[in-house]
Design a protein. Structure first.
Length: 264
């Protein structure tokens, strides 16, 4: 991963102007051939189909039928473009239906983000220590905070819960996307891979095979239940529910040894 794969590394003023559609005085001369929105759309399409590594000014110019240098008159560099792309994709996320159950709302938001990562797996290739300061990213964060507002958490706890859920979703989605990519690259499904491996494993001496009884038992149970070596969606939903169990225990004060003072 290169420095250019980090969001939040472009010129802050120009990036925010682009994200919020703040434009300077109209320039004299011919009408621009493109819009920033068209460039961002083309860049997202390229990243979706070929990955973030394929994204370059030259490739984008080829997609749009213009010269590479002309793109710089719209967007200064790849760094600003990445912020625009991420914020645009965050705009695909929508408000959840009204609910009196905060767990339902958080789950809907988390599953919406899970699907977003699978539609745009290049998001998982970015380092996002500085998220785009754009309208769609702010709206995403506002929805997430609203889901846990007024349930009994402090402001710092709300912030930590949202960060924790987002980190979990991102991590689980990365594993899911990598598993799907492995199937594509190998040309074998998990079932086919296990079927090819089983006869070889059966040749291992019983004394050696018996060294891992729990792994054998649990692996067989999981494989029979899911028909695969892993079940990312099942694990994601199971883990999310357990995280929310912990938050609920914190709110109700039932968590063993719960400490409401967050470390600084």
């Amino acid at each position: 991963m290169t420095y250019a794969d980090h969001t939040g590394t472009g010129d802050p003023r120009r990036t925010i102007e682009l994200l919020w559609g703040v434009r300077g005085k109209p320039r004299r001369g011919p009408k621009p051939k493109l819009t920033v929105e068209e460039i961002v759309t083309a860049a997202i399409g390229l990243a979706d189909s070929e990955g973030i590594a394929a994204l370059s000014v030259r490739r984008g110019a080829e997609q749009l039928g213009v010269s590479p240098m002309s793109l710089y008159t719209y967007i200064p560099s790849r760094a600003e473009l990445l912020d625009l792309m991420m914020d645009r994709v965050h705009g695909e996320l929508t408000d959840p239906p009204p609910s009196d159950e905060w767990r339902v709302t958080v789950t809907i938001l988390a599953e919406d983000a899970w699907e977003m990562y699978h539609r745009h797996p290049w998001l998982l290739q970015l380092t996002t220590g500085r998220l785009p300061l754009g309208p769609h990213t702010f709206a995403k964060h506002e929805r997430e905070l609203s889901a846990v507002d007024a349930i009994g958490l402090t402001d710092l706890e709300m912030d930590a819960v949202v960060a924790m859920v987002n980190g979990f979703v991102q991590g689980m989605a990365r594993g899911s996307v990598e598993s799907a990519g492995l199937v594509r690259r190998s040309g074998m499904t998990d079932v086919e891979w296990w079927n090819a491996s089983a006869p070889v494993l059966a040749e291992i001496p019983e004394a050696d095979a018996g060294l891992f009884p729990l792994a054998a038992r649990i692996g067989q149970s999981a494989g029979e239940a899911h028909g695969a070596a892993s079940a990312p969606l099942h694990t994601f939903r199971f883990g999310l529910a357990r995280i929310l169990d912990g938050v609920e225990q914190l709110v109700t004060g039932e968590a063993p040894g719960a400490d409401r003072e967050l470390p600084s």
